[in-house]
Design a protein around this ligand. Structure first.
Ligand code: XMP
Length: 524
């Protein structure tokens, strides 16, 4: 049975990935494609609905002129959001103008007509706006369904042609009834039944992998993190021993991580996998010697990873596919869409140009972290692995500012192990005392980083001149934005005491309060 699909056409807005996520929360499968996807290709996917996103352009920019106006007469329900709404208005003969001042932030919107999207909304509601251009006159046949004092057409629709548009952003939580608006479009206007579940994703993906790989062989880059573990189990369900999982110890792992991965995926573990553990520590250290620039480090580590896999692949014989656990935020932040490049995640942007495999398979490419976890659980992967905090591919390499040495790796490993141990212990204590509830400060990711800064201290009666370690903990839903987690002060003090006492080379401990944005979660 063919699955219902909503396609989000990415026009370059910053909230695009959230739209896909919200659609999936309506239990409808959703894919994001570049706005330049040719119309025949788009139609071949047989979507039940299309969402045009916001974006930085004006409809009068040359880029907007490339839109195929037939998109709007295809008969498929379309929802235009922000720039998408303006594009719809302009293409269909309405008028779009530039306002003297932008409308930005939480805005009271008057609902003039319930129409197809606003059935559950009150007469006035708060929405999130972020625009300068606005629709000053809707195209003929459209009904204006909402307005604000400065935006005469905050929403419009032409149900006969199945065209809907909102100037505000229903996908962000600041829009009070955003979920209801998207639900009305997806389940109402598009007529989706909302029967898609994560198990469907696993089943569908397993079938797709089987069909693609046939009797070929695949090699999976297994780090022991959530993403690559879920990718590996998904692949092994699909093709069994045609899959070999390679775990590379690049010398930038957390303390005892190699042993843990061996225990789970090695011959003693529960999975029926071909598993190879490669000790590549020395070759990574020598490639990284003296390198300080973060992007250069990421690229070196990413490239060396691929080289190691290629070598392992050659030992195994003919390998057709390389499997990676890339997830959706990695894809976005690596700038493969239209959004600005923030960091090149080593699974994506760091890939060297000549990869000696027929193709790369990234089965989790469209999923957010929490969705990957759900897939993991449906595949029967143990909870403690599924709920592990994320660990970046370049590992401690991007948690050591400046050049990387074996000694610095050791320092950050030890400090990090103490920090995680203390936080985990406090969390356990709290849960025991509170009926299994997690504390409000529960971080989604917490780790130590080594600043490349040394400062003066005193220990015993001696002057010290040692490194400062930074502790970081963040709360986040999707790792795209994050807040610094309020770890209890006494826990932080215990960590500080233990780190300066137990880790040679450290005489100062700092706590990183920065949210994302403006910071990122990792330090490099
Ligand atoms: P940032 O630092 O970009 O991190 O705010 C967001 C999330 O992504 C993880 N991260 C990576 N994961 N390869 C990965 O697989 C990478 O190169 C990489 N860089 C950052 C980071 O740990 C956080 O969870």
């Amino acid at each position: 049975m063919e699955k219902e699909l909503i396609i989000v056409l990415d026009c370059g807005g910053q909230y695009n990935q959230l739209i896909a996520r919200r659609v999936r929360e309506c239990n409808v499968y959703c894919e994001v494609h570049p706005s330049a996807l040719p119309l025949p290709e788009l139609l071949a996917k047989n979507p039940k609905g299309i969402i045009l996103t916001g974006g930085p352009n004006s409809v009068y920019d040359p880029e907007s002129q490339h839109y195929n106006p037939e998109l709007f007469t295809s008969g498929i329900p379309i929802l235009g959001i922000c720039y998408g709404a303006q594009l719809m208005a302009w293409t269909m003969g309405g008028r779009v103008e530039t306002a003297p001042v932008s409308e930005y932030g939480k805005t009271l919107v008057d609902i003039e007509s319930n129409g197809a999207l606003f059935g559950k909304l009150p007469a006035q509601t708060t929405c999130w706006m972020s625009h300068t251009d606005y629709i000053s006159q809707p195209p003929a046949g459209f009904l204006t369904t909402a307005s604000t004092p400065v935006c005469p057409v905050a929403a419009m629709e032409d149900p006969d042609r199945k065209l809907y548009a909102v100037q505000f952003h229903p996908e962000v939580t600041h829009t009070e009834y955003g979920r209801e608006v998207l639900e009305a479009f997806v389940l109402g206007a598009c007529g989706c039944s909302g029967d898609w579940r994560m198990d469907d994703f696993a089943e569908r993906t397993i079938e797709e992998i089987r069909a693609k790989v046939g009797d070929g062989r695949a090699l999976c880059a297994l780090s022991g993190g959530v993403d690559s573990s879920v990718a590996a189990v998904l692949m092994s369900r699909a093709i069994g021993k045609q899959l070999t999982c390679v775990f590379v110890d690049h010398g930038l792992l957390r303390k005892d991580e190699g042993k843990m991965v061996d225990a789970v995926f090695g011959p003693e573990g529960p999975y029926d996998l071909n598993f190879v553990h490669v000790d590549a520590r020395d070759r990574f250290y020598s490639k990284l010697e003296g390198v300080t620039e973060p992007e250069e480090k990421r690229h070196i580590i990413g490239e060396e990873f691929i080289r190691v896999f290629e070598e392992e692949a050659k030992k195994i014989g003919k390998v057709d596919y390389l499997v990676q656990g890339t997830i959706y935020p990695d894809v976005i932040e690596s700038g493969l869409g239209k959004s600005a490049v923030i960091k090149s995640h080593h699974n994506v942007g760091g890939l060297p140009y000549h990869v000696d495999f027929r193709e790369i398979i990234e089965p989790l490419r469209m999923l957010f972290k929490d969705e990957v976890r759900k897939v993991g659980l449906t595949l029967g992967i143990p909870e403690e692995l599924v709920y592990r905090q994320p660990f970046p591919g370049p590992g401690l390499g991007i948690r050591i500012i400046g050049d990387i040495t074996e000694d610095k790796v050791k320092i950050v490993q030890e400090a990090d192990a103490i920090y995680r141990e203390e936080v985990d212990q406090e969390m356990r204590r709290y849960r025991e005392a509170h009926d299994g509830q997690f504390p409000a400060w529960r971080p989604n990711q917490y780790f130590a980083a080594l600043t490349n800064m040394r400062s003066v201290g005193v220990m015993g009666d001696f002057r010290t001149y040692d490194y400062a370690v930074a502790l970081r903990a963040v709360t986040t839903d999707d790792f795209m934005t994050a807040e610094s987690a309020p770890i209890p002060w006494d826990v932080l003090q215990r960590c500080m005491n233990r780190i300066v006492n137990e880790v040679t080379g450290v005489n100062r401990v700092c706590y990183d309060l920065t949210s994302k944005p403006p910071g990122t979660i990792e330090w490099e």
